[in-house]
Design a protein around this ligand. Structure first.
Ligand SMILES: [Zn+2]
Length: 344
């Protein structure tokens, strides 16, 4: 028997798993992300906050769906009225890791006493659900961010979780791009029926249980704000003001609000459901502007690097005070009035 040839120094043996972990740095692996969240809660407690992790369900593949609750200071002072509860969500789409960084960054900023986050904490109970689609996150990570949108974006059953929400009563969905597809295998497949997925059903149950007053849903990439679609002028005006309060706090990159009262269609997105079915002021934030993404890579080496900045930190700093300001301003208002929509 002849000895096997040893690998030559110019061709070191590499395992794909080692390579993919390096490829997505500085973004954490799923396990690192969960450990980081546990660490943030421990540090919040160490800094004198009342913080806990709330397991609100399980993903299709059995991964825990976790949210952090931080009690309001006002609650601890036994104020007569209950503080408003506000929610930050991220990563409902597998490859949008920057949203998760901003969500964790908000908790980090609370520990550091960042002024806008501290002001929010004075008046509201803060909930952060930093990874709504842990299976999509894990799949994206395992593939080193390679693949098409339809491979990385959905949950484990191929459903786009942000097209799986019920439409507001009396509303309709037009067959336009992005409105959600009825075909399994499409990037925006909306699933067999609204709330068919354990990830959306569990979050909806949490919304019913907690009655959130306001919510920010973190996505990428675009550099835009999409408030819930509303037809009544009063709510439309409130969203304009809330979005202005958001962009006023963005010191480096200010995002554009995309809203219309006339565009008569709904898509099964989370913020519309939250506004119309849960009376919650809600906005979708698409971090990382188009221009910045293309400046980073004219031709991105993977889908992942189209959606995420190489260095998340400047974007976390750009978004965190803005997210806190939006939620704080929304918590000062009364909850949205729900009106019967025009039926067509
Ligand atoms: Zn998204």
């Amino acid at each position: 028997m002849s000895p096997r040839p040893a690998p030559t120094p110019s061709q070191p043996p590499t395992r794909p798993s080692e390579r993919t972990v390096t490829d997505l740095a500085p973004y954490p692996s799923p396990e690192e992300r969960e450990r980081e969240l546990d660490g943030l809660v421990a540090r919040l407690e160490g800094a004198g906050h009342t913080a806990s992790i709330h397991n609100y369900g399980e993903s299709v593949a059995g991964r825990p769906l976790r949210a952090v609750r931080v009690a309001s200071k006002r609650n601890e002072a036994a104020a007569r009225t209950e503080p408003a509860k506000v929610l930050v969500c991220a990563n409902t789409h597998g490859p949008e890791f920057i949203g998760n960084r901003v969500a964790h960054g908000l908790l980090e900023a609370l520990i550091a006493g960042q002024p806008q986050v501290a002001a929010l904490h004075e008046r509201a109970e803060l909930w952060v659900a930093p990874c709504l689609n842990p299976d999509g996150y894990a799949r994206t990570h395992a593939r080193g961010g390679q693949g098409q949108l339809r491979d990385l974006r959905p949950n484990e059953r191929g459903v786009d979780l942000n097209r799986n929400w019920p439409l507001p009563p009396g509303s309709r969905r037009l067959p336009i791009p992005g409105a959600g597809s009825s075909r399994s295998g499409d990037a925006t497949y909306r699933g067999p029926e609204p709330l068919s997925e354990p990830e959306t059903a569990a979050l909806d149950a949490l919304m019913h249980e907690q009655g959130f007053w306001a919510c920010v849903n973190l996505h990428s990439f675009m550099g835009t704000l999409f408030p819930a679609r509303v037809e009544d002028p009063a709510s439309f005006r409130v969203y304009r003001e809330l979005c202005e309060s958001f962009t006023d706090r963005q010191t480096v990159h200010r995002y554009r609000r995309v809203a219309s009262r006339r565009f008569d269609t709904y898509t099964g997105e989370q913020e519309d459901h939250q506004h119309h079915n849960h009376r919650c002021w809600s906005v979708c934030v698409e971090s990382f502007p188009l221009r910045a993404s293309f400046r980073q890579h004219l031709r991105a080496p993977s889908l992942f690097w189209r959606f995420n900045p190489r260095d998340p930190e400047p974007w976390v700093r750009n978004e965190v005070p803005a997210v806190a300001t939006f939620l704080g301003r929304a918590a000062e208002r009364s909850r949205p009035e729900v009106r019967t929509l025009r039926t067509t």
